[in-house]
Design a protein around this ligand. Structure first.
Ligand SMILES: Nc1ncnc2c1ncn2[C@@H]1O[C@H](COP(=O)(O)OP(=O)(O)OP(=O)(O)O)[C@@H](O)[C@H]1O
Length: 230
């Protein structure tokens, strides 16, 4: 899957939040987007998912211009989004959260559903518990599994480690690294060690503009730290 953004602008009213943002994700790779609070990272992800329309620029999936597509259509085309704060259905059980996503995407009872669940063993253990009874880390695992049930080719994650205990952060990192190669990942992450362990390439946003981008191996930790200290 080839994913590319060209010269994206976004405004909230009269304030410009994204300025000529461009990026490309190589098939099977993880691109991590870093930047201080308010740099425009979440806004960028929402534009990729079609939740907000950019004021200018293009979003391209396998060469097709999907800029005007609805979130549903993007989801069917293989883009899955795990928003910040996770947004699972807290009244539904873990199983119902998974099954609802699987039914909506025609993967109910398929290997895709089984595999997504098996990546996070805690989900089977908690299958009949309401989503709201899970810890923050468990909810994040549920949210990622629910996204994977849709068999995405591009998985978008907004700060998946935020407020989560270290052992679950490690488990999520392992899963993401194992998934690379089979799907591409667009990761917004403030936790630098996690981003460094997971990403193949970095893009740094500052005040809505790309100030730096490159291969992970070409960027030192000290260099990256400069861009995310709050
Ligand atoms: N719905 C909105 N209406 C108006 N301004 C907004 C809206 N959402 C975000 N903004 C502003 O746009 C800018 C970018 O916000 P965004 O959430 O994209 O940044 P971010 O890099 O994800 O930050 P954080 O790390 O705090 O989530 C900020 O100045 C924010 O206040």
């Amino acid at each position: 899957m080839q994913f590319r953004i060209e010269a994206l602008d976004q405004h909230y009213g009269s304030s410009q939040v994204l300025r000529q943002v461009g990026l490309e994700i190589a098939p099977g790779e993880c691109l991590a987007v870093l930047g201080r609070n308010g740099a425009g990272k979440t806004t960028l992800l929402k534009c990729v998912m079609g939740l907000i329309a950019p004021s200018a620029g293009r979003v391209l999936l396998d060469g097709a211009d999907i800029t005007g597509w609805s979130p549903n259509r993007r989801s069917r085309a293989g883009i899955a989004y795990v928003p910040q704060g996770r947004e699972i259905f807290s009244e539904l059980t873990v199983g119902e959260n998974i099954e609802a996503a699987a039914r909506a995407h025609g993967t109910y009872g398929t290997a895709a559903m089984e595999e997504a669940v098996s990546l996070f063993p805690v989900l089977a253990e908690m299958w009949k518990r309401p989503g709201g009874a899970l810890s923050g880390g468990q909810q994040q695992q549920l949210a990622i599994a629910r996204a994977l049930v849709t068999r995405p080719r591009l998985l978008i994650l907004d700060e998946p480690t935020e407020g989560i205990q270290p052992n679950i952060v490690a488990a999520i990192g392992e899963v993401l690294r194992a998934l690379k190669g089979r799907l591409s990942i667009l990761l917004v992450e403030q936790y630098l060690d996690f981003a460094i362990e997971t990403a193949d390439a970095f893009l740094i946003l500052s005040r809505g503009a790309v100030v730096e981008s490159g291969r992970a191996e070409a960027m030192s930790r000290a260099h990256l730290t400069r861009f995310i200290a709050v």
